[in-house]
Design a protein around this ligand. Structure first.
Ligand SMILES: Cc1cc2nc3c(=O)[nH]c(=O)nc-3n(C[C@H](O)[C@H](O)[C@H](O)COP(=O)(O)O)c2cc1C
Length: 216
């Protein structure tokens, strides 16, 4: 009991939530195809095995998407003026997490399976759905945070969209190079996501990538 209380106090002091996932270090030596092979073979896949990803696979995936790379202020994906305005959320069967690149941690933002928000196009898309997304154990969602630009004008929208595309392409190429499958998507329920995650109009869910192992 004393030990458990001590651990709780330590977690509180470190601002660590017991439900957060402290990811293992990204494995930069993990076997992968060459960049030229990944480019040649990259393709969209809309069928997935249900097999969950390991924490090591999640770590490698999030790091490839937009992890801290050559120092603690630069990412694997470039952003305009290095504003790092793309927030990455992981929707899994267990909950919704935000990838904190510096801490290499998935911070829990919501309990439960909310992958349906990725399958549905939302109210303004006339009931459009892509239920194949529910097969994938995780979907990575990119959100543009305009507060990092300090403005939300046309140029900021352009830069945010390009930067989200950079993150998505990192995911596409990483998946191809290690035998995972994915598809870049612009379909999701924007209003539902904002309500669930407490996002404002200054945070725009822009693209997502369901990721899984290939279906046998
Ligand atoms: C910005 C963008 C949005 C996309 N949105 C969707 C989508 O909502 N649903 C989907 O199934 N595919 C979506 N795709 C995937 C494209 O349909 C796919 O990349 C294209 O058909 C080319 O196929 P390939 O990726 O196999 O080369 C999107 C791709 C991009 C780049």
């Amino acid at each position: 009991m004393k030990k458990a209380l001590g651990l709780l106090a330590l977690c509180a002091a470190m601002n660590v939530n017991a439900q957060d996932i402290n990811l293992p270090k990204p494995d930069l030596q993990a076997p992968s195809s060459t960049m030229m092979e990944a480019l040649a073979q990259r393709h969209s896949t809309r069928e997935y095995a249900e097999t969950p990803l390991t924490n090591q696979e999640l770590s490698n995936l999030c790091w490839a998407a937009c992890g801290m790379s050559r120092d603690d202020n630069h990412r694997t994906a470039p952003t305009a003026m290095n504003r790092q305005e793309i927030r990455l959320f992981v929707f899994s069967t267990e909950g919704v997490y935000e990838y904190e690149a510096q801490a290499n941690t998935l911070v829990k933002k919501a309990d439960g399976d909310h992958r349906d928000l990725m399958a549905s196009g939302g109210g303004n898309r006339g009931g459009f759905r892509q239920d194949f997304v529910l097969q994938a154990p995780v979907t990575l969602l990119m959100v543009i945070d305009f507060e990092k630009f300090g403005k939300h004008d046309e140029k900021a929208v352009q830069m945010g969209c390009v930067d989200a595309g950079n993150v998505s392409e990192n995911i596409n190429l990483y998946c191809q190079s290690v035998g995972l499958v994915t598809v870049p998507r612009a379909t999701h329920d924007t209003a539902g996501i904002r309500a669930l995650l407490g996002l404002t109009d200054e945070q725009l869910p822009i693209m997502n990538n369901p990721v899984g192992k290939p279906k046998e």
